[in-house]
Design a protein around this ligand. Structure first.
Ligand code: AMP
Length: 469
């Protein structure tokens, strides 16, 4: 039975799009540049499957998170396996680390990856259901220098692609011990306002109080201002770690601001969490509040001791209000155990949202190294020439000279018209006579001058000409 004819034109799924032309090359150019930086810093590539078993994300990211609750594309295979289209990269990389016994390698293991990720979110500016990330992970060390290197890499990659004005919003959510005390206090604070909170937050008080700080509901956000701050609850060990990370950032002149309510919506984070947003730190936070780290930590500690309320910086200062985060990440010392490792494995990582980087203004600068826009249009005329034209194209490829052509076309005027439209400086004309003589006409599209070049010398001739392109 033939299926019924479909009358509607086909459409891509909502929140997913085709990449092509300059945009495609800009993505390719970005991944090339980012990979090169990662390689110089000692990272090695990894590609994990786009599908993973559901448990990996249920246990790793946490069941009471937006990603797991609402955003995962899950599917059941015919064999009955429950799989998920990966919503993020870290859990898969950690799974590979454990599965492949990378503990046996010299530590830490440093990996980078890039590719598509899937979240069933409401599509809007900078938010897609299929999007691309470039990520880097340092697994197997607790040392603060790893956190610093990851943050540096994120800032550096953004700068190298033309986004120099960024601010790192950073916070520490401490180790398990620090967090347990804080969460008790946080739940206690919000419980006093439970009647004013949204439905989600009412539930969060019971199941995952930390996520109360992530709520975007304006009413709930009001309460965030006076909520207890995690920095005041950090254990000595966590405090030391955080201070060291900040010292590293200062030593590298990386602009940052501590955002005490930044917790990020994923369960696996511990200690350092951060987001990189566009904008100058001073502008983003025009408040007189000093970005100085030590001072901020001391202030937070003092605040905890005080009973009376004090003026706090406006919440507009922070990431979600000043624009979309370009990158995010953090430390995840408890992820490995959560997904089934018998031993603790520390790690820290970041990922850049590439779709938010590739804007029309930046597209031009981001071209891949191997695929520049061709400057030469190849024209063939007559069957004799068509027969040999694939050989000519191969000669040019071997000489690494990219060209454009329309092999489906037959007439000179038709092909020249395309060359004009493509705005290329040179055309190669390969007709019956040239095919027999083994020559090619090289035509300057601007002044229309032409010269005849033997095929054997074509590559060398074009390479010499390339200097004037
Ligand atoms: P996350 O994995 O949530 O930490 O996100 C890391 C980065 O990926 C963010 O800072 C964004 O730049 C980007 N990102 C996250 N979700 C999306 C999305 N739905 N569409 C486009 N980019 C996204």
């Amino acid at each position: 039975k033939t299926p019924r004819e479909i009358k509607e034109p086909p459409l891509s799924p909502k929140g997913m799009r085709d990449l092509m032309g300059d945009e495609y090359f800009a993505f390719q150019g970005f991944f090339e540049k980012a990979s090169e930086i990662a390689l110089y810093y000692g990272f090695r590539p990894i590609e994990t499957p786009i599908l993973e078993r559901s448990e990996l994300f249920l246990r790793g990211i946490g069941e009471d998170t937006d990603i797991v609750e609402k955003e995962m594309y899950t599917l059941k295979t015919k064999g009955g396996d429950q799989l998920v289209m990966r919503p993020e990269g870290t859990a898969g990389v950690m799974r590979a680390y454990i599965e492949k016994g990378m503990r046996q390698l010299p530590q830490p293991v440093m990996l980078y990856y890039g590719g598509q990720f899937f979240r069933h979110e409401k599509p809007q500016k900078g938010r897609y259901r299929e999007f691309r990330q470039f990520g880097m992970e340092i697994i197997g060390t607790k040392k603060s220098i790893a956190d610093a290197m990851i943050i540096r890499a994120a800032v550096l990659i953004l700068a190298e692609v033309g986004i120099g004005d960024v601010c790192v919003f950073i916070n520490s959510i401490g180790d398990k011990e620090s967090r347990a005390n804080f969460i008790k206090e946080l739940a206690h604070y919000y419980r006093k306002h439970i009647n004013d909170l949204c439905q989600d937050c009412k539930r969060r008080i019971r199941v995952n109080p930390l996520r109360l700080l992530d709520c975007k509901n304006p009413k709930c956000k009001e309460y965030k201002k006076d909520a207890p701050e995690i920095l005041s609850y950090l254990s000595d060990e966590s405090k030391r770690h955080f201070k060291e990370v900040l010292e590293y950032l200062e030593a590298q002149n990386i602009r940052y601001r501590i955002n005490p309510t930044l917790v990020r919506g994923i369960d696996y984070y511990s200690e350092t969490v951060f987001e990189v947003v566009k904008g100058d730190c001073e502008e983003v936070a025009s408040d007189s509040d000093s970005p100085d780290s030590e001072e901020k930590l001391v202030k937070a500690e003092e605040k905890n001791k005080r009973t009376e309320k004090e003026e706090k910086e406006p919440s507009e200062l922070y990431a979600e209000d000043v624009g979309l985060a370009l990158a995010g990440g953090g430390r995840y010392d408890y992820l490995a155990r959560a997904i089934g490792s018998k031993k603790d494995i520390s790690g820290v990582g970041m990922s850049i949202g590439v779709d938010r980087i590739i804007t029309p203004e930046r597209m031009k600068k981001l071209h891949p190294r191997i695929l520049r826009k061709p400057k030469i249009y190849f024209i063939q005329l007559g069957f004799e020439a068509k027969l040999k034209s694939l050989n000519v194209i191969e000669i040019l490829r071997e000489a690494r000279i990219p060209i454009m052509h329309s092999l489906g076309k037959d007439s000179l005027s038709g092909q020249l018209a395309i060359a004009e439209r493509m705005d290329v400086p040179y055309a190669l004309i390969f007709g019956q006579k040239e095919a027999i003589d083994d020559t090619v006409i090289v035509r300057n599209m601007k002044n229309r001058s032409q010269s005849i070049v033997p095929i054997g010398k074509l590559a060398a001739h074009l390479k010499k000409m390339k200097q004037n392109f």
